[in-house]
Design a protein around this ligand. Structure first.
Ligand code: GLU
Length: 409
């Protein structure tokens, strides 16, 4: 099942419960605009590289569209469409005044020099600058992109449209970025876990965790879990996996991964394969990297009681069904990882007001929004006796649907 079929399956489950007509379903699901561009690039060695870039603008009923830009070898039209759709529900679930969008370029960034990456980014902006902007569609970082790339995007966009830092978020602090944006997704993940543990009358130090991914989301999640005295027994990334039944030393692992480009061969740990990771004897499994990693093939191997979707779309619809049968609680991506886009919203607000917030303010507002959104989702799930994902979709689709009808079709 493709990532888009997955997102549609989740949408349909909620739409069914809401009694949405098929016309309304079609209206809400169909993207407004899907753009595919060719980005020709002069490589350092004089050869010509050709890359395909995408921007999918899914829904605009609640405000300008918002969503990240992914630079990854596996980016394709369908994945971007699926991720754009997720952004529409995500921004609605945390009640930001945005619609959803997503973009990407099919490229392995490790194959490019810094100069090639900059030229690729700027040429992509040349292709799409007319369809994005602070009141239209605001890109942000995602897999394979970072604050530096956002700075190039802002700079290139401004060549066409003049000073306008709110045209992109996730920028460096020195260039109109926000305090707390880099840590935001990981921080949001841990805020949502804290809210869940409170409902379940559990404490972080009573549970063990395993984390897939040690990039921006995974590493900040690990850091904040450690602040709560949670024990992280396993971490895997693109280089390999490490396991320590007594708990990994996360501050040291962060240093090690920064110095060695990954977690592989970290001292005071055993190596761990991906299969072993999936079946790790821990309480909480946190996929924080790629989509589609928990599937019908491996969902029965999972021994954790909780799956926390820090990545976008890590659990396929079949696996989700198996987890429901096995009474494994899944905290869904559209809620769990919404901290990133929430602080992107704060950045956009600050840019538009030319006023800076300090870190405590960003953190407080993030905590308020994430906790409130979690509580709403939890209450819907309890009232309607549905899984948390369905509850989150009911909340998000309900908001988008009402805005669509109120605005007039
Ligand atoms: N790429 C992130 C996401 O998937 C952040 C998007 C944003 O900040 O606009 O939610």
């Amino acid at each position: 099942m493709s990532s888009y079929e997955n997102t549609c399956r989740y949408f349909s489950q909620a739409a069914e419960l809401m009694g949405l007509t098929s016309n309304m379903r079609k209206l809400l699901q169909t993207p407004q605009r899907e753009v595919k561009v060719q980005v020709g690039l002069e490589m350092d060695n004089g050869e010509i590289g050709t890359y395909i870039g995408y921007r999918v603008q899914h829904d605009t009923s609640r405000g300008p569209m918002k969503g990240g830009l992914r630079f990854h070898a596996e980016v394709d039209a369908e994945e971007v469409l699926s991720l754009a759709t997720l952004m529409t529900w995500k921004t609605a679930i945390v009640n930001l005044p945005y619609g959803g969008a997503k973009g990407g370029i099919a490229v392995n960034v490790r194959d490019l020099s810094a100069g090639e990456l900059e030229r690729l980014t700027r040429k992509f902006v040349d292709e799409i600058h007319d369809m994005v902007g602070p009141d239209k569609d605001i890109p942000a970082p995602d897999m394979g992109t970072n604050a530096q790339i956002m700075a190039w995007i802002m700079n290139q966009y401004q060549k066409y449209h003049g000073f306008n830092p709110a045209c992109v978020t996730g920028k460096p602090l020195e260039l109109h970025g926000s305090e707390g944006r880099e840590e935001a997704t990981g921080r949001g993940v841990v805020i949502v876990i804290a809210a869940m543990l409170e409902r379940l009358n559990l404490k972080f130090d009573q549970l063990t965790f395993a984390l897939q991914g040690f990039g921006n989301v995974g590493s900040y999640t690990a850091r904040f879990l450690t602040e709560h005295k949670a024990k992280i027994l396993a971490v895997t990334d693109a280089t390999g996996g490490v396991w320590n039944p007594a708990g990994l030393d996360i501050p040291q692992l962060l240093e090690y991964a920064a110095a060695h480009g990954g977690v592989k061969d970290f001292p005071a740990s055993e190596p761990m394969s991906n299969e072993e990771f999936i079946a790790a004897p821990v309480d909480v499994l946190i996929p924080a990297a790629l989509g589609g990693v928990l599937t019908a093939e491996n969902a029965r191997d999972v021994r954790a009681k909780y799956v926390v979707e820090a990545a976008n779309g890590p659990v396929t619809a079949e696996a989700d069904h198996i987890f429901e049968e096995r009474e494994i609680l899944v905290l869904p991506d559209v809620l769990v990882n919404a901290g990133g886009v929430t602080v992107s919203y704060f950045e956009w607000v600050q840019n538009r007001q030319h006023f800076r917030w300090d870190l405590p303010r960003v953190r407080n507002e993030l905590e308020r929004i994430m906790t409130d959104s979690f509580n709403r989702v939890w209450n819907i799930a309890t009232e309607k006796k549905v899984p948390l994902r369905v509850a989150a979709y009911l909340l998000g689709i309900g908001r988008v649907g009402r805005a669509t009808v109120l605005g007039g079709i």
